[in-house]
Unconditional design. Structure first.
Length: 753
């Protein structure tokens, strides 16, 4: 289990330790570069190197938006009460085609000999270098592992006296749950048209080639040279056979040598950590969540790699990839990229936004077919890297506009933190307009008000009727619409464009959420006529608090409504919560000022939804927290990244977050954290803030303003503050909100007066 030295400086505490045996790939020590993911695990004398590629898809046909498949027809069927017929129809549709999936690949088993025993593994997150310690013939031995930053390869180097007895390539095909699939679950490779991989053993390398029915072949190969081993996973390309490409890759990696590969890795990681905020908090469990999962984020959303799917670059080789490894454009993908905002990591979002930009012609075609709109986009809920629908069931189709809206919201928020005007003009603003166009068309007038007549609240089911909850004015959709309208008006002014009059009309005539009486208090409902009445993993009705930030938590009536709604969440929690629910709850509590509760949510996540290797689990097998009949207790070991990456972002938001344009310091930091600090954390407007709380009082705030503009800071002191600018007389700031106009490149400091 990873351990950290609590007395070391922050960078020193970025060295983590795993203790062998590590029983499965889900417990493994993770390494990755832009092209290859590696999971290091095993026990006794056998070290397993499981290899994964986030671009290694089986592109099955899936489901598009067919000409007869429209929102209007789906709405009519639901209003006629033809729910069962809908699901019968779509079960048939699902049986007629297979969705795409990322492929499990396999592992290389490194046998150190019968007289050897694996002891521990260390991962230095500062450098991306791992060390495995073992005994061999009664002597201490070790090997180092490092990714080749330029190739889909990993290198291992033994200490001079140590050696391995054998390396055995083991393709995932050998695992029955991969080859055949688990009963009642996703079909295995054989049912998807795969045949057994071809093995080879030559002086140029040994491994296997997996022919793929719909995609280029994959070659996984290793070669030993002296005390070094290189492992590569290469996809066939036009004009080059996969086996030949793998041999070339192994030759190049071994020629670089461990010293050069380590230096290259150190340089890459040094660049990442120099841009990323540093934190110092007294809760070492939460600090571990931050450092280790910022490490995972760096390579899961690699700026030169693939966009981050649900498992990132890591998937086990013992089962088919959970949830097919696709892109889920709602909270799941949002949480995977959330660390980039306060983490000042814009380049890591690039591949995801570039992928969406490539899809726009297809998204517009989907909107033409589904809504009959020429100037809109429609994004299916779960898709592969080619934007093919991976889940055709009607409840996902009635996420009306939400998936494109989530993508547009990610773009808007990225702009607000990066202040990248070119990105706003080229992609974010046009995409926001097209996403909003769906709602402009679907909203209907009833008297002086707008209503959204038929939509869905993600994943929430009505236990009273057994039906999916579809209906009027889902709170999540209303919050998203307000979020987009506000963002479009704001960014229209930035770009010197005239906003559509309908955006202001919607803001004034459409409610921000559905609010209904419940137990004598006004609370946020899931939708009209459906209160939040049972525990559920997806807090869709609370999305107006976060991520869409449309409620002013300091002003009535929303302050009381939100407090009552959070009370209900606490009352019903956590019977049907999964891992990511706790990360989201921590963010909600932090923004509400429930600092101790935010801390508790993350501690629960760490203890119950991470395994002994700190793999991020959707379910828990630890008894005593969830009821034994909860769907999230003992439901298997499925790794997903949104929970742990969301946890890293939650730690950031406990220290710093922005609400309605105002930045708050330490709002989610518990009182007992009397000494806490952070360095160069970014907030909206692109400002980089550093702050320290000493003996329970904020000592100072240091601000760097790369882009200029006005900083609005919630006053962290009970009285006045003084503004210290270089070469200028000090200024006195007063009031609950401190407003500081800034120039590009300016640095200054704020202290209590």
């Amino acid at each position: 289990m990873p351990q950290r030295d609590a007395d070391a400086e922050p960078l020193e505490r970025m060295v983590f330790e795993w203790t062998f045996p590590l029983r499965s790939p889900q417990c493994a020590l993770p390494l990755a570069n832009a092209q290859l993911g590696v999971l290091v695990w095993g026990g006794a004398s056998v070290l397993n190197i499981s290899v994964c590629r986030p671009d290694c898809w089986d592109h099955a046909p899936g489901w598009g938006v067919e000409p007869g498949d429209s929102y209007a027809e789906l709405r009519k069927q639901i209003e006629r009460g033809e729910i069962n017929a809908l699901y019968t129809e779509h079960r048939k549709l699902k049986a007629q085609a297979l969705p795409s999936t990322i492929l499990p690949l396999g592992r290389f088993e490194i046998d150190l000999g019968a007289d050897a025993e694996l002891l521990s593994g260390k991962l230095d997150c500062r450098t991306g270098v791992a060390q495995i310690d073992f005994t061999q013939k009664g002597r201490a031995g070790s090997l180092r592992i490092v990714m080749d930053q330029e190739r889909p390869a990993v290198a291992l180097k033994f200490a001079s006296f140590a050696s391995c007895q054998a390396v055995t390539p083991v393709p995932a095909w050998r695992q029955q749950d991969v080859r055949e699939g688990k009963p009642g679950e996703l079909p295995g490779l054989a049912r998807r048209g795969f045949t057994e991989p071809a093995h080879f053993d030559t002086p140029a390398g040994a491994g296997w080639v997996q022919r793929c029915p719909n995609d280029p072949s994959v070659c996984a190969s290793y070669r030993a040279k002296g005390t070094a081993i290189a492992i590569a996973v290469v996809r066939e390309s036009p004009g080059e056979d996969a086996l030949v490409a793998a041999a070339r890759c192994l030759t190049d990696t071994l020629a670089r040598g461990m010293t050069e590969l380590v230096a290259q890795s150190e340089a890459w990681w040094r660049g990442f950590w120099q841009r990323t905020p540093s934190i110092s908090i007294p809760n070492k469990e939460l600090e571990r969540l931050y450092w280790l999962n910022m490490y995972k984020f760096a390579v899961a959303a690699h700026p030169q790699g693939e966009p981050c799917p649900l498992q990132g670059p890591w998937s086990g080789d013992d089962v088919m990839v959970p949830w097919l490894g696709g892109y889920v454009f709602d909270l799941n993908l949002w949480m995977c990229y959330l660390p980039a905002l306060h983490g000042n990591a814009d380049p890591h979002c690039g591949p995801m936004f570039e992928m969406i930009e490539r899809w726009i012609p297809l998204l517009k075609e989907y909107a033409r077919r589904y809504y009959g709109l020429e100037d809109a986009v429609h994004l299916p809920q779960k898709i592969d890297d080619r934007c093919r629908n991976m889940n055709p069931v009607p409840d996902n189709r009635l996420d009306v506009g939400l998936m494109a809206g989530w993508a547009a919201s990610m773009m808007l928020t990225h702009y607000r933190f990066s202040m990248d005007r070119a990105f706003l003009e080229r992609l974010a603003y046009p995409f926001m307009r097209m996403a909003m166009r769906v709602y402009e068309a679907l909203l209907e007038r009833e008297g002086e008000a707008f209503v959204l007549p038929m939509a869905r609240s993600p994943e929430y089911e009505d236990d009273r009727t057994g039906e999916r909850c579809w209906g009027r004015n889902p709170s999540i959709a209303l919050a998203l619409i307000h979020h987009l309208c506000e963002g479009l008006i704001e960014t229209s002014a930035v770009l010197g464009k005239e906003p559509k009059p309908v955006w202001r009309e919607i803001l004034s005539r459409l409610p921000k959420a559905t609010v209904e009486p419940d137990g004598g208090r006004e609370r946020l409902s899931v939708m009209q006529g459906l209160p939040y009445e049972h525990s559920h993993r997806h807090f869709s009705h609370l999305s107006g608090i976060y991520p869409f930030d449309v409620f002013d938590l300091e002003v009535e009536p929303w302050a009381s409504v939100v407090r009552a709604s959070m009370d209900k969440l606490v009352q019903l929690a956590p019977e049907k919560w999964c891992g990511y629910s706790h990360s989201w709850a921590a963010i909600l509590h932090a923004r509400m000022g429930h600092a101790e509760s935010a801390e508790q949510m993350l501690e629960i996540f760490a203890r119950f939804f991470q395994n002994e290797g700190y793999g991020s689990m959707v379910y828990t097998s630890v008894p005593g927290y969830l009821p034994s009949d909860s769907p999230y207790f003992n439901s298997g070991e499925a790794m997903c990244l949104e929970g742990c990456l969301g946890a890293a972002a939650a730690v950031q938001q406990m220290l710093l977050h922005t609400r309605r344009g105002v930045t708050y310091l330490f709002r989610g930091a518990p009182r007992r954290w009397s000494d806490v600090a952070f360095l160069n954390m970014r907030t909206e407007g692109g400002f980089l803030l550093s702050a320290e709380r000493s003996r329970g009082r904020v000592a100072f705030v240091r601000v760097v303003s790369p882009h200029g503009g006005e900083l609005r800071l919630h006053n962290p002191w009970p009285g006045r503050a003084k503004l210290l600018r270089q070469g200028k007389a000090r200024e006195i700031l007063e009031g609950a909100c401190l407003r500081v106009p800034t120039q590009p490149g300016e640095e200054f400091r704020i202290e209590p007066s």
